[in-house]
Design a protein around this ligand. Structure first.
Ligand SMILES: Nc1nc2c(ncn2[C@@H]2O[C@H](COP(=O)(O)OP(=O)(O)OP(=O)(O)O)[C@@H](O)[C@H]2O)c(=O)[nH]1
Ligand SMILES: [Mg+2]
Length: 306
């Protein structure tokens, strides 16, 4: 009889304040970009599942929206999605930023973690962006954090530079429950392609637009047409809230939208491994933030918004 390998598989939720580096860490562990990253807060809007393999273990990484005090409907749905991602997980990894330390936002998350205490669930701490502070400050922060909460383990990582990521991955791989894999070995994400495509365009827009505008727009893939020559035609709509925003998104002589379209098409081509024709259209929709349909498209539930 041949020896049967014991596989493991489990959900690992990455939670933390906006901008902590959750999506960067998700991508680093998966080894490919499955979740968009920008220097702005509140980039991730829905739960994004990335799949990482480590030996005989499959880690289903749940990248969540940042946890913060919500104001708008979308905010509430995002925060709710993040906490429910944590509730369903076998292991929760709290990410904090080394250079910002134990902020008020981190305190609020710790308080919430203490209150919920899910049976049998491990909570680990990952201090991220260690490339930004000297070692002595890092040790002081580690001590401070371990006094606050009984973490199963504390990791010091730089998701961007890749420091400590393998250690974290190995630790997680040894602790997810025994059981069959949930996804085929070569699958890296569990997200419809049309949503990944919309997210890529939203990332490029966010990187090029200033201040509040990125928070006031959303991108939807309107149609996806496979062509006989093997290429794909993707039509997307960028919803903005005001006429003035439309002009800003277009940019002078349409320069902004052109640059966004080129950058998004390039990344999509690489991601899909074939030729992509991308068509972007901007529409004004003053109330998109309150429309259930828009939330569903983002993988959120408007009822989450309460
Ligand atoms: N210096 C440094 N920057 C990092 C590191 N990890 C992430 N960043 C940067 O931090 C910013 C935020 O990263 P994201 O991965 O988008 O953060 P997030 O937690 O997913 O943010 P939200 O989705 O908005 O909640 C980006 O500019 C990253 O490049 C790190 O280890 N070191
Ligand atoms: Mg994110």
């Amino acid at each position: 009889m041949s020896e049967q390998k014991q596989t493991r598989a489990g959900f690992v939720a990455l939670i933390g304040e906006p901008n902590a580096g959750k999506s960067t860490l998700t991508n680093a562990m998966v080894g490919a970009k499955v979740s968009i990253v920008t220097h702005k807060v509140q980039t991730t809007r829905a739960r994004i599942r990335g799949v990482a393999m480590q030996g005989d273990s499959q880690l289903v990484l749940v990248d969540t929206p940042g946890l913060f005090r919500p104001r708008r409907n979308l905010d509430r749905a995002m925060v709710k999605a993040a906490w429910s991602g944590a509730a369903d997980a076998d292991i929760v990894v709290l990410l904090i930023e080394a250079h910002r330390g134990k902020t008020d936002g981190v305190d609020a998350i710790l308080a919430a973690l203490k209150e919920r205490n899910v049976e049998g669930q491990k909570v680990a701490l990952a201090i991220n962006k260690i490339d930004r502070i000297p070692r002595d400050r890092l040790l002081a922060l580690t001590a401070e954090m371990s006094k606050e909460f009984d973490f199963a383990q504390i990791f010091m990582v730089s998701a961007e530079k890749g420091y400590g990521v393998d250690d974290l991955k190995a630790w997680l791989a040894g602790r997810v429950p025994e059981g069959p894999w949930m996804y085929p070995e070569d699958q890296i994400a569990d997200l419809p392609l049309r949503m990944i495509a919309a997210e890529i365009t939203r990332e490029k827009l966010t990187l090029r637009l200033h201040q509040e505008l990125p928070y006031q727009l959303t991108v939807e893939t309107e149609s996806w047409e496979e062509r006989k020559d093997g290429s794909v035609r993707i039509d997307q709509i960028i919803y903005v809230m005001r006429d003035g925003h439309k002009g800003i998104a277009l940019g002078p002589k349409g320069e902004t939208i052109k640059a966004v379209s080129m950058a998004a098409r390039e990344e999509l081509t690489e991601f899909l491994g074939r030729k992509v024709h991308l068509f972007l259209q901007i529409k004004v929709r003053p109330n998109w933030l309150d429309e259930a349909e828009r939330f569903t498209e983002m993988g959120l539930d408007i009822k989450d918004g309460g």
